[in-house]
Write a protein of this length. Structure first.
Ligand code: IMP
Length: 198
């Protein structure tokens, strides 16, 4: 069956296509000729993911899922959270966002934080939510050159290297997004009404 991933991020599409079996074909927004940016203006990850999934479903009538991720820092009351992509401002870079995070946390002794991904799925007229989290801490200086976003300052609990210092294959074993994706895949492969009896 065909399923739309409401994203233009080719890396994310490849990642999930690799994990699914041959019963599903994943289409990105580009495959459907949807080129506009879907607004992400809600105040929670859940609402943003649901909004994106509904937007594409209403446009295409196809089954669709969408994701939204945030970094939730305890000492900052859960910020930057849903605003993680534009923490330092609308047109700012990953580097600017890290700069602001380290500044805001300068005096914080509680360094705990977590990444949280929410996936909203619309399948056969019903809506479903899946969540993946990884707990960890924010260090005081950047380390590593891999990954993206806040990876250079995030160390997962139980590790001694930042997400920017470990290979992607290792990050994919424990990351928030990979966990949420695996829950979605498990559901699609086993639990959903369309695959019942398979
Ligand atoms: P998105 O919802 O996947 O676009 O993620 C929103 C923002 O969260 C990104 O722009 C990054 O700043 C941050 N983010 C999401 N996933 C990761 C990750 O795996 N590592 C570091 N930062 C991330």
């Amino acid at each position: 069956m065909e399923l739309v991933f409401a994203t233009n991020n080719k890396h994310k599409i490849r990642e999930i296509s690799d994990l699914l079996d041959g019963n599903f074909r994943i289409l990105g927004l580009a495959d459907l000729g949807i080129t506009e940016d879907i607004p992400e203006e809600a105040e929670t990850l859940e609402e943003n993911a649901v909004f994106k999934a509904r937007y594409v479903h209403e446009k295409t009538g196809l089954s669709v899922f969408a994701d939204d991720t945030g970094l939730e820092v305890t000492a900052l009351g859960g910020a930057p959270g849903v605003y993680s992509a534009r923490y330092a401002g609308e047109s700012k870079s990953f580097d600017d966002n890290i700069e602001k995070l380290l500044r805001e946390m300068q005096n914080a002794t509680d360094r705990s934080a977590r990444f949280r991904t929410v996936i909203a799925l619309i399948l056969d007229g019903s809506e479903y939510l899946f969540e993946g989290t990884v707990e960890g801490e924010i260090i005081r200086e950047r380390r590593g050159v891999g990954g993206f976003g806040y990876d250079p300052v995030f160390i997962a609990t139980g590790s001694d290297r930042t997400f920017a210092e470990i290979p992607l294959s290792e990050k994919n074993l424990i990351s928030h997004r990979a966990k949420a994706m695996r829950k979605l895949i498990e559901f699609l492969s086993r639990d959903n009404p369309l695959s019942a009896g398979k």
